[in-house]
Design a protein around this ligand. Structure first.
Ligand SMILES: NC(=O)c1ccc[n+]([C@@H]2O[C@H](COP(=O)([O-])OP(=O)(O)OC[C@H]3O[C@@H](n4cnc5c(N)ncnc54)[C@H](OP(=O)(O)O)[C@@H]3O)[C@@H](O)[C@H]2O)c1
Length: 289
């Protein structure tokens, strides 16, 4: 069992840190809003630190799941940042969905301090975090990965080493590009079925057994048909992720015409007050005319 720190107790981080404690690791948590740290220690065996540096002190592995590139920098750098508290040989595992650029930057900064760095964004959503069933795509040195992989297993269904630092984030971008087009396709299909007067439950039961099947279809079709969106993966987060994909595509010259279009559709959802709605709310743009 390892001495582990977990920084960022949001929708994802709170249950992920809980799985580490349940697995028997000695866990110290940090959260910017202290109340969540207190809630966590009230529910799980472990301690909390007042700063990222304090939580990370003496930890072999420091896991993190905050919002975006700048949030990540703010918990890592500076006197109170995680790197200041970590000793040589310790490993920082970042689960934030961030850019490949910040992953490479943190990897270089960590190396100068004798710290290991892995970018390990996750897929599987809130339910995946709560059930310990996340898919984790990891970038970083192979030796660092080999040491960290057994420790983060309690919240994973699958963990894959994708190559050097940044490759975890690049893989997550591929994931989000797939989802963007897919959710728009699903929205158009369901809206078409409704306007055609079909029984949408029957349509789902039939086509989900064929080539159109997807996680989004299985898990979102019914709530989309019912117009329920106040749960799940927020549109604000998706726009952040698609922004990262579109910025990266300028570096590697990949064309993302559908992704760029769907990103604009999500901007329309934000303008309608749907920033915190689930990404499946795209269908609303087809229904209100
Ligand atoms: N939710 C999902 O379904 C899902 C799925 C896959 C990946 N992700 C990714 O996972 C990450 C976290 O998502 P989430 O849903 O857990 O978000 P969330 O519930 O909004 O939690 C964000 C966490 O980051 C902390 N934080 C944000 N900015 C910070 C800063 N500048 N300094 C210190 N702490 C800061 C927040 O602290 P406070 O409590 O003080 O605000 C909170 O603990 C995001 O990158 C997201 O894209 C989310």
């Amino acid at each position: 069992m390892a001495k582990v720190a977990f920084l960022g107790l949001g929708v994802m981080g709170f249950p992920m840190a809980g799985h580490l404690a349940k697995a028997g690791h000695e866990v110290t948590v940090y959260n910017r809003t202290a109340k969540k740290s207190e809630d966590w220690t009230g529910k799980h065996k472990g301690k909390h630190g007042a700063t990222p540096a304090e939580a990370a002190k003496g930890a072999e592995i420091v896991c993190c799941c905050v919002g975006n590139d700048d949030d990540l920098r703010s918990v890592v750098y500076g006197d109170k940042g995680a790197f200041a508290g970590m000793g040589k040989g310790a490993i920082f595992v970042d689960h934030t969905t961030a850019s490949a650029t910040v992953a490479r930057e943190l990897d270089a900064a960590a190396k100068k301090l004798g710290i290991g760095f892995l970018d390990g964004p996750v897929s599987g959503g809130q339910a995946g975090a709560e059930n310990g069933q996340l898919t984790i795509m990891v970038g970083g040195d192979a030796a660092t990965y080999a040491k960290a992989e057994p420790v983060i297993k309690p919240y994973a269904k699958a963990i894959t080493h994708m190559g050097p630092a940044g490759n975890g984030q690049l893989t997550k971008m591929v994931n989000q590009i797939c989802i963007a087009g897919l959710v728009q396709g699903l929205s158009e299909a369901l809206n078409f079925a409704q306007r055609a007067g079909l029984d949408t439950d029957k349509v789902l039961a039939t086509i989900s057994k064929g080539a159109a099947q997807s996680w989004q279809m299985e898990n979102r079709w019914k709530t989309m048909a019912e117009g329920k969106f106040t749960f799940g993966f927020a549109v604000d987060w998706m726009r952040k992720d698609l922004g990262i994909c579109l910025a990266e595509s300028k570096n590697n010259k990949a064309r993302l015409p559908v992704t760029a279009l769907v990103d604009q559709f999500y901007a329309n959802i934000q303008n309608r007050g749907g920033s915190r709605w689930d990404t499946s709310s795209l269908i609303q743009l087809l229904q209100k005319d």
